[in-house]
Design a protein around this ligand. Structure first.
Ligand code: WT7
Length: 690
């Protein structure tokens, strides 16, 4: 396992096999030159940029990004780093995010489409919201939030919505008033949404009756009772629930509303038709939103992003890395419920005055030609999706992009490592060799893109995301904190040596966790007030080649990246333990051809269980879907006689992951129960067939 690379996880002895250790180590690939046309048209085509963003220009270089925004009051200080790792950017400045994303475009672009909503059913017409229309809708909803619910700046609102136009409208209405939104991915279970709502004591919960996904209607409102129950159990039920409807004239759910708590959005909005609500200027470091994400411990943590630094950073990177221009029709085929959608479907494209596409459904519905039909019809120029979607579209319809007149200039990929074969298909077949492919590495915590090639300036290298984005300084550190030299061929922990404006401010309600999880590993002196002593530990293993290009191997912690979505093994395991028969559970990553990784779940039962293993398997799957959602559905549930354990009783997940991935388990002779390893291996291999 260690082979050519040092163990990046530093978890030798802890018994875990991380994603990065089952990574496929691709060979170094050939470079491809950036498309010639971009050298003439790109936002960022001047190599002088490298100097402007050189380490010596830190932190002033980021003023270039802040200058893309409209400020009510200009900042006095670029960076306040007095209290690392809690940084404040553009201190003294104030602005409003909705004003930047909507109002400021009205003078020149009121008629330009801001959001094009593409329903999943192909016969249903698009819904186009021009900037003028968006302005009207955001104000009406802001009036409801302020006047009907009495929400005031700083209050939290949990939004459990799928990909419908009401989602960005609600986010912007919150931003207009200084309310802190927390969007929970629509595919998460009601229970998961309820716990997140309670964690930040949301006063309002926003949901809808249903939506289309994979050719079927999903009854989304059916999740509401379990959300409310979970929030109540945690001691913070929301006061009110706002319910949208997918269609004005019928309901997609039989769920009844509670008149003392729930409000029909259409009724409330009608009362505020034509309302004017001025955007409220917010201090640069006021929180804009929370985004819950999984980490090493059981409970998801609320990453808190700031107003000024975040918006400046995502706008700047969308301009330089995605090369977005106001004339672009941009389609990011991700979900707004994840950070990719927040930053690069909603906030950055709208701040730049571009047209952003919001697609309701799954990529290959009703067939794998769908994305290319939409792109041709809407004239999409910049496109972004995940390696999982690329692999799927390639497998189901390798020739389909050729059937269409596609005009892509930049093709972005995000969320997981992309294998060179899939990269090349994206480049050749989707981009026709005329578009730049940018493989963008970043995280929920980082707000925006941190490593990527610059489309007009850098050569592309399939399988590597590229160098640090402007002003970003990635490095690889070994377990002792020594920097691993570029080109050494050794992997280690990916860190960022300097802060940047998109970095989250804190973990909601638990600032100490920010320090522990992201900075403690490489900080030697907690009292140091010099940011150089606080490298950001990303939780990914990576290598940096001699050319400075970063190649990501995967997570080193207890996180499994499923199709670009982050799942905590601890969360999956605690869901399994809600099944009464289950005594012990372990979730491990297993490599999957389409989704990158999937969780494999091992459970050992309490003595005395007399039913069938199939029965337990089904209950475990149901428990995971209830407490997390369908996205966490395991690849397999294995009911095993016992877990492989150390003499001190710790479950050795490394051994289970080795078995799941049909790999060597390493030396198991020192285990408390070495014989179960062979038993489990036999059980798994038998099932896999010859
Ligand atoms: C983790 C972050 C970035 C928004 C979507 C995911 C993995 C992300 C890449 C990439 C290889 C990638 C990392 C990272 N990841 N982008 N281009 N190449 N791996 O956000 O849910 O916070 O997950 O996704 O492992 O740590 P997230």
């Amino acid at each position: 396992m260690a082979g050519r690379y040092a163990s990046p996880g530093g978890r030798e002895g802890s018994g875990d096999l991380s994603e990065s250790e089952i990574a496929v180590h691709w060979a170094e690939e050939e470079y491809l030159a950036p498309p010639a046309e971009l050298a003439r048209t790109a936002n960022l085509r001047d190599p002088g940029l490298l100097e402007r963003f050189a380490p010596s220009a830190f932190p002033g270089c980021f003023e270039e990004y802040a200058a893309l925004l409209t400020w009510r009051r200009r900042w006095d200080q670029v960076l306040d780093a007095q209290r690392p790792p809690f940084y404040r950017w553009f201190v003294g400045g104030s602005l409003n995010v909705a004003e930047n994303c909507v109002d400021r475009h009205l003078a020149t672009a009121a008629e330009r489409p801001a959001i094009v909503f593409v329903p999943e059913p192909e016969g249903e017409p698009d819904v186009v919201l021009t900037y003028g229309e968006l302005h009207r809708r955001v104000q009406e909803l802001a009036a409801v939030l302020r006047d009907d619910f009495g929400l005031v700046a700083g209050d939290r609102v949990t939004i459990h919505l799928p990909m419908v136009p009401e989602l960005p409208v609600t986010m912007l209405a919150c931003a207009r008033l200084g309310l802190v939104h927390s969007v929970v991915f629509g595919g998460f279970s009601g229970e998961a949404a309820g716990h997140r709502s309670a964690d930040c004591a949301s006063r309002l919960f926003v949901t809808t009756d249903g939506y289309w996904r994979g050719g079927r209607v999903v009854d989304h409102l059916a999740n509401l009772p379990s959300s409310m129950e979970a929030a109540r159990a945690d001691g913070h039920p929301p006061e009110r629930v706002l319910v949208f409807r997918r269609y004005p004239d019928r309901s997609l759910s039989a769920e009844r509303l509670d008149p003392s708590r729930d409000v029909e959005a259409s009724v409330a909005l009608a009362r505020h038709a034509g309302a004017r609500v001025e955007p409220r200027a917010q201090p640069s470091d006021a929180p804009l939103f929370l985004m819950y994400t999984s980490g090493t411990t059981g409970r998801p943590k609320g990453c808190q992003h700031a107003t000024g630094g975040y918006l400046a950073y995502v706008t700047g990177t969308a301009r330089s890395i995605l090369d977005l221009h106001p004339e672009d029709v941009y389609w990011c085929l991700a979900d707004i419920g994840w950070i990719t959608g927040h930053s690069y479907i909603v906030y950055a494209p709208l701040a730049l005055g571009a047209t952003t596409v919001v697609y309701e459904g799954v990529p290959a519905q009703p067939d794998p030609g769908r994305p290319w039909r939409v792109a041709e019809r809407l004239g999409v120029t910049v496109f972004q999706t995940s390696p999982t979607a690329i692999r799927l579209l390639r497998r189901l319809g390798p020739e389909r992009p050729r059937e269409h007149r596609l005009r892509f200039r930049v093709l972005a990929t995000v969320g997981e490592p992309i294998e060179p074969e899939a990269w090349r298909w994206y480049y050749r077949e989707v981009g026709r060799g005329r578009a730049a492919v940018v493989d963008t590495w970043w995280q929920t915590e980082t707000g925006g893109i941190l490593c990527s090639t610059k489309p007009a300036l850098d050569r592309m290298k399939p399988g590597s995301c590229g160098p640090g984005a402007p002003g970003i300084r990635p490095a690889i550190l070994d377990e002792d904190g020594q920097e691993v030299p570029h080109g050494s061929g050794r992997a280690g922990n990916l860190v960022l040596l300097a802060p940047w404006p998109g970095l989250m401010q804190t973990i909601w309600g638990d600032p100490d966790r920010l320090v522990r999880q992201y900075f403690a590993k490489y900080n030697r002196d907690r009292s140091s007030t010099d940011w150089r002593d606080w490298p950001y530990f990303a939780g990914d293993a990576a290598l940096i080649a001699a050319d400075g290009y970063v190649r990501i191997l995967g997570r080193v912690d207890d996180v499994i990246n499923v199709a670009g979505h982050r799942l905590g093994t601890k969360e999956i395991e605690s869901a399994c333990l809600t099944v009464p028969e289950v005594a012990e559970a372990a979730a491990v990553p297993v490599a999957d051809e389409l989704k990158g990784r999937l969780p494999d779940v091992y459970v050992a039962l309490r003595p005395g269980w007399a039913g069938s293993p199939q029965e337990v398997e089904a209950r475990v799957v149901r428990a995971i879907e209830t407490s997390i959602g369908k996205i966490a559905r395991p690849h397999r549930v294995w009911v095993v006689p016992d877990m492989p354990k150390t003499r001190s009783g710790k479950i050795l997940r490394r051994v289970l992951a080795g078995i799941s991935n049909h790999r060597d388990t390493g030396d198991v002779t020192t285990l408390a129960n070495p014989e179960v390893v062979a038993q489990i291996r036999e059980q798994v291999d038998r099932d896999r067939g010859p």
